[in-house]
Write a protein that binds this ligand. Structure first.
Ligand code: IDP
Ligand code: MG
Length: 135
């Protein structure tokens, strides 16, 4: 069993597809172990995406991630990190496979509806960030 952090980004909440996204996780054998809706401050969004601080899109991304409520979840299952990334699809919705969340609902490369941890190290940092440091 493995755990990963999932976020339904502000665009997903605005579009009213929280239930649809959760259904996809559950249908694919991922269990919701923890879940909450929060609104990040700009500083909290910057802390979460600290690995991207040198990237040109860091400022825009953290504005977006602090623009409205998000739904944060810990997903658990066999191979959960890879499985979640597969259900999400590629970063750019235009490149994402048919039937993935980003392909079906993403607006653009930034407003791509969901976040998912990309490694055991980032999963540990990200789960801790939301379910230990932030309450
Ligand atoms: P990932 O979410 O698929 O792991 P990352 O490269 O880790 O993709 O980027 C983190 C987030 O930053 C993306 O999900 C997306 O919201 C945003 N992002 C990535 N690349 C770009 C870009 O080229 N322009 C604008 N935003 C981007
Ligand atoms: Mg990433």
């Amino acid at each position: 069993m493995e755990q990963t952090l999932s976020i339904i980004k502000p665009d997903g909440v605005v579009k009213g597809i929280i239930g649809e996204i959760i259904k996809r996780f559950e249908n694919n054998g991922l269990k919701i172990k923890a879940m909450k809706m929060v609104r990040l401050s700009k500083k909290e969004a910057e802390g979460f995406y600290i690995v991207h601080k040198e990237r040109p899109f860091y400022s825009s991304l953290t504005d977006f991630m602090s623009s409205g409520p998000i739904v944060v979840m810990v997903l658990e299952g066999k191979d959960a990190i890879r499985k979640n990334r597969e259900i999400m699809g590629a970063t750019n919705p235009e490149d994402a496979d048919t039937g993935t969340i980003r392909r079906d609902f993403g607006t653009d490369v930034e407003k791509n509806t969901v976040h998912g941890s990309d490694s055991p190290e980032s999963a540990a940092f990200e789960i801790d960030y939301f379910f230990k440091s932030l309450h």
